[in-house]
Write a protein that binds this ligand. Structure first.
Ligand code: F3S
Length: 396
């Protein structure tokens, strides 16, 4: 693998310990994937922020890198294990909070922006068409590749951090145009809202098996729907990119030979919804996976029609979106009605089971997938409208 003089110097430790470790990680990765060289990146997004996922060994590794490591590009962070301001109210223990703050201090010492969101593109880290980036967080990766037309592989937390520290990533995979073409064509049924898009993603992810799908039959898709689709696809199929005919920026790239064609009907989505329902009374109603946009907060407020919630209800957002909602008075109105607008975290990366939650109702197929498989929770999936009714009346 070709390395420039500067990259060689990083590898030899001439720019310090952190850059050396980072370059070792990237070279190892590049060799595994036969990358011919490194390329510069414009931004990084780093997962592996919650103490729940990192543990002691993770904290020590990040603290060690933070001694002399400084990032070279705009770098943002994935959600942490708690709301940085409301952690006590959430029921987070002091011990967990102290460990979490240690992690945050180490990351910020490296020059990383403490955004704590899986929607960096709604919080100031928004690459454009053709930008090479190194992002971890599967839902953000699929959104960046598919909707924004930026170029990133599905990085893990360590490789994204290594790229941030060096400003480089190995040139392979989705950084190369030929690898961004579709291999499976999926004709979608009529889709009504973000819930249908999430179910489409759930079903298609399993059918795509890591290949890039092109969706046909989708008339229009808004930002909320696109993030729901991508998050679900990335969860069930490890998919890092999709195209939608006429809607996404690179859908016209010619496909591979022997494209598989799949026709999905309403019945397939209905079956998926049944599969994703455990038929339980939820302890928590959760909206915001991936983190909700300002528009989603407004939609929830409008659908509440002034009614207070009777069940524990969280909407998770980035601090950027929360600040905007405070300025517009939306945050205050939601909180007055009993909805908790939680920042910096989500029920998957927070120690939710320790907080007494055993079941969740949500409109996110990604949240369902991870709540079941990681946290062993019981699940109910439903449309946003139904979740709001559940929150105010107690059933749907
Ligand atoms: Fe974000 Fe948590 Fe969902 S990190 S994508 S809200 S699982």
């Amino acid at each position: 693998m070709y390395l420039s003089r500067e990259e060689e110097k990083m590898l030899n430790g001439e720019f310090g310990y952190a850059k050396q470790v980072a370059m070792e990680i990237l070279v190892a990765l590049g060799e595994i994937y036969n990358a011919e060289k490194m390329i510069p990146i414009k931004s990084a997004q780093i997962s592996g922020v919650s103490y729940k996922n990192l543990g002691e060994a993770g904290i020590e590794w990040i603290e060690e890198l933070s001694r002399d490591g400084r990032v070279e590009v705009h770098t943002t962070l994935n959600p942490a294990g708690m709301d940085m301001e409301r952690w006590e109210e959430m029921g987070i223990s002091r011990d967990f909070a102290e460990k979490q703050f240690r992690i945050i201090r180490a990351y910020t010492r490296m020059g990383i922006q403490p955004t704590f969101t899986c929607t960096p593109y709604l919080a100031g880290n928004k690459p454009t068409l053709g930008d090479h980036i190194a992002w971890s967080e599967s839902s953000a990766v699929v959104y960046a590749n598919s909707v924004l037309g930026a170029r990133t592989n599905r990085e893990g937390g360590p490789s994204a951090l290594a790229s941030a520290l060096t400003g480089r990533t190995p040139y392979y995979g989705l950084h190369i145009s030929e690898n961004r073409v579709y291999a499976v064509k999926i004709d979608a049924p009529e889709l009504d809202d973000e819930y249908d898009f999430a179910l489409l993603g759930y079903v298609s992810g399993r059918l795509s098996k890591g290949r890039i799908p092109l969706f046909t039959g989708v008339e229009s898709a808004n930002q909320i729907e696109l993030k729901a689709l991508g998050a679900a696809l990335a969860s069930t199929g490890g998919v890092a990119m999709f195209h939608i005919e006429r809607l996404t920026p690179e859908y016209m790239l010619p496909p591979i030979d022997n494209v598989e064609e799949i026709d999905l009907g309403k019945e397939d989505l209905k079956n998926a919804a049944e599969e994703l329902n455990d038929g339980v009374e939820p302890d928590l109603i959760f909206i915001g996976c991936p983190h909700a946009s300002l528009e989603e907060l407004i939609i929830v407020l409008e659908r509440l029609k002034g009614r207070a919630v009777k069940k524990k209800t969280w909407i998770c957002v980035s601090r950027t979106i929360k600040d905007l909602s405070v300025r517009l008075g939306i945050f205050q109105k939601l909180e007055e009605l009993g909805v908790k607008v939680i920042c910096d975290t989500c029920p998957i990366v927070a120690p939710i089971v320790d907080l007494g939650v055993r079941s969740i109702a949500t409109n996110s197929a990604k949240c369902v997938w991870y709540s079941r498989n990681l946290n062993n929770l019981k699940i109910k999936i439903g449309r946003l409208t139904d979740l709001v009714e559940e929150a105010t009346r107690g059933c749907f």
